[in-house]
Design a protein around this ligand. Sequence first.
Ligand code: ADP
Length: 492
Amino acid sequence: MKYILAVDQGTTSTRAHIYDQNGECVSEYQLEFPQIYPVPGWVEHSPADIWSSVRAVISSSLSRVGLTASDIAAVGLTNQRETTIVWDRATGEPVYNAIVWQCRRTAEYCKKLVRDGFSERIYNKTGLVPDAYFSATKIKWILDNVEGARARAERGELIFGTVDAYLLWKLTGGASFCTDYTNAARTMLFNIHTLQWDEELLRLFDIPRGMLPEVKPSACNFGRIAEGELKGVPVCGVAGDQQAALFGQGCFSAGDIKNTYGTGCFLLMNTGEEPVKSENGLVTTLGATGGTRPSYVLEGSVFVGGAAVQWLRDGVKLIRSAKSSERAAIRAKSSGGVYVVPAFTGLGAPYWDGNARGTITGITRGTTREQIVRASLEGIAYQVHDVVKAMERDAGIKIACLSVDGGASANGFLMQFQADILRARVVRSRHGESTVLGAAFLAGIAAGLWDEAAVAKILKGGERKVFTPSMEEGERLALLAGWQKAVEKARL
Ligand code: ADP
């Protein structure tokens, strides 16, 4: 029996899972690591913490089941996207902490890019809207603010990578300086049409070309691990976390779509071999495939997803636990005309209104705690509905099924309401961790353990929970009309 070990290096924790040839997870281990907040709005990680957490989860997941390098056919890697590390090519020493995707330190500079009219050029090349999330302005910040960094970068001494590239470099003892298409696509330096680093954008952000890693398909041999328990094992799969989740959900064909219900919601739709230009404020990016060319993907996010449930629990204290929100919602029977628009930090796609604020409408003397809880869960589902509709309009595809994962997808009421309001099936796979599973699939495919058909069979083999729409159409349309009115009020 051969196994695949997959590492998910996330924003707050790192995990490793080991899968056998049948796709069964035989071992898992997870570790949290420190978050660094130097000033409000800035977020950093120590690259040394990231690296030691990866080594620790690999060791622990192996030792729990007594497996060694000879049992592991390949390693897969998935990672928090956009987070930026610049390090010394000779010593491996980072010149600054990792600047995390959430960090807003370059937000003003990005606003200036928009004011100066760069949005369309950047979108046409990268599929992204200028934002501090993406790596380009973070690299520029390091070169401009760390003493001596720019001169060293120009001499070819410093290199840049997203977390995958940094970990590949560390794992292979500096032999491999590579990233994959899905991570490169989030830097705002990569042309998703030519599949090359873009010289014009490198000039715009004043970043030396020599700092950038080689870009490879997500499923291929990225090099062998140089030391430790897995010495000699090849790393064969790499993808950014959301794209790994899309792959791990088996969304291999155009029109396949997944949503991850975490703190926020991340929706990705595979649009196949052609990029789809968004008219509705979504970004266009690259998806992972088992082949040599990436697919194209439409991506949209909802800022407040499960965070609305955290607010119910910790903010207004209407529930004791996230889980109990389901019981309360069912007990309410209906939201009684109450809508909760959880626009705590503005509204994302398709509204893009930073000034919108959280709003509760339709309250009467008879409104109950349970109804507000129910309306909050419904508010998550309505926001997801709005992004799905934007994707359908952009792609010209009507979806029949939404694959789901993430913490809040455990909520059966929320999933049934989502199916009802979308008028589409919602499918929750038995495999809770689509992200790390996706990285394992990519590695297993490149290592020759599985092909896409075998992967599809593994996914079908698992127990899936399917939520089938059952709401009467008149009721659905009336609820959606009420939601639209509530959104208008949130935007005043
Ligand atoms: P992240 O990766 O963003 O930390 P997770 O996928 O771990 O998120 O999901 C955590 C989120 O899911 C939290 O915001 C929590 O409130 C929400 N959540 C967890 N369980 C439930 C539940 N049964 N019903 C509704 N929301 C839930």
